[in-house]
Write a protein that binds this ligand. Structure first.
Ligand code: PGA
Ligand code: ZN
Length: 427
């Protein structure tokens, strides 16, 4: 028996930031070392994602996960006991084969991804290393540039505005800690602005202010206002990052902007975004068009890829094959990395590897349904992704990740490098 042999796998039901059930897994290795992780859950999911196994029916709105927890405690446990946690790829492959479906529907993407992450945590614990340091394996790594939400819209705010995330990035900050300092001032200024203009109505799913705006442009204006009010230069110190999440309100040649009561074809959508890029200090746009609109992605990247990060989220669903196809087609220049879209650590890492080898930006990302699980903070650093997207600057399922990065930066001491501007895939 090796020190990294898996001796136990245990699943349990816990609760996420939306008060919905989710899967937690605890993996034990031979010397009694444990690793634990919790599956997150999306709301604006891409159709190509690994799917969560939910019970359906009436209990908890159909979101219960007793079947997924059952997968962990029976099929997955039977499959992994006796395996070596050192071989993450063999473990993930064994679960994929045991599941037997193309989208992890039988055992559940939630069951598989939580187990995969728990194995990784156990492996790092066996080495007595923090996860980020275990993943870095002695290679130099940078603290990620954070993308932080100020207003939350789309599927996370009952479609109060069409655009899902209005975020800021502080590439000119000198450190991760300073980027958070700046964002804290901007978030506060935005809150004050909302209050003073009678718009303060609480927060959306990821902690950004509820977007009580009449148009999408009003939200962009408010964001610029908040950056300036906090004492920063828009575009130079702090830029805007948008997640359009266009699959949520349309498909190729058919985009329905509810707020403006407008219907646009792909070229109309591209014109709208080109106008925003001209008028606002935008550094990054995610899913500018829908997941089925490859031509739209290609056109958008050709027009703006030299001045703007073009991120595929629903478009890539953290799938290495889709990223490879994009490299030939030039359909984006950055990839959002969500572990539960791919469904395992190995598959997500492969998508990140393919993307970064092509010079793409890589952004490790949370989901709108989150928990106290800190895995993504460690992945963003240890995999040297360069960027981290967690949601807003409020609510502890978000702050837990930002705070963990502060601890990591402190632990790095004088050797800590901040990715800053260098994380963006254009000069
Ligand atoms: P989701 O949203 O977790 O609800 O899918 C996050 C995103 O689209 O980036
Ligand atoms: Zn997205």
């Amino acid at each position: 028996m090796t020190d990294t042999e898996i001796t136990d796998v245990k699943g349990r039901r816990v609760w996420d930031s939306r008060g919905r059930p989710t899967v937690e897994v605890e993996v034990t290795l031979a010397p009694g070392v444990k690793g634990r992780a919790i599956a997150p859950a999306g709301a604006s999911t891409g159709t190509g994602e690994a799917v969560d196994l939910r019970d359906g029916g009436d209990t908890f709105g159909g979101y219960d996960v007793t079947r997924a927890v059952g997968s962990v405690n029976k099929d997955i446990r039977d499959c992994l006991i006796g395996m070596d946690a050192d071989a993450q790829w063999a473990i993930d492959k064994a679960m994929i084969e045991c599941d037997g479906t193309p989208n992890k529907a039988r055992l559940g993407g939630n069951a598989i991804v939580a187990t995969s992450m728990a194995v990784l945590h156990a492996r790092a614990a066996a080495e007595k290393l923090p996860l980020w340091r275990y993943l870095a394996a002695g290679n130099p790594v940078r603290m990620p540039l954070p993308e932080i939400q100020i207003f939350g819209g789309g599927a996370h705010a009952a479609r109060r505005v069409d655009i899902q995330d209005f975020m800021v990035m502080a590439p000119a900050a000198a450190s991760f800690a300073e980027a958070l300092d700046w964002t804290a001032e901007i978030y506060r200024a935005a809150g004050l602005f909302m209050k003073q203009t009678g718009r303060l109505q609480g927060v959306a799913d990821e902690g950004g202010f509820w977007p009580a705006f009449k148009t999408n442009e009003e939200a962009l204006d408010a964001l610029v206002h908040a950056i300036e009010d906090a004492g920063f230069k828009p575009g130079t110190d702090v830029g805007i990052s948008l997640d359009v999440a266009a699959s949520e309100f349309g498909s190729r040649d058919n985009y329905q902007l509810t707020l403006d009561d407008r219907k646009l074809d792909t070229s109309g959508m591209l014109d709208l975004l080109a106008g925003w890029l001209r008028d606002y200090p935008i550094l990054s746009i995610e899913d500018p068009v829908a997941e089925d609109d490859t031509e739209g992605f290609i056109a958008f990247t050709a027009q703006h890829g030299k001045i703007c990060q073009v991120i595929g989220d629903d478009f890539f669903v953290t799938n290495a094959g889709r990223v490879r196809a994009s490299i030939d087609a030039h359909s984006a220049n950055a990839v959002l990395i969500k572990l539960n879209q791919a469904g395992s650590v190995t598959e997500a890492k492969e998508a990140l590897r393919v993307a970064s080898e092509a010079g793409y930006g890589t952004i490790v990302s949370a989901r709108s349904g989150e928990t106290e699980d800190l895995t993504i903070a460690h992945l963003a650093v240890g995999w040297n992704a360069g960027q981290l997207k967690v949601g807003s600057f409020a609510r502890s399922e978000r702050m837990a990740k930002w705070n963990e990065c502060l601890r990591i930066e402190e632990e790095m001491g004088s050797s800590a490098a901040f990715a800053g501007r260098s994380a963006l895939p254009f000069t």
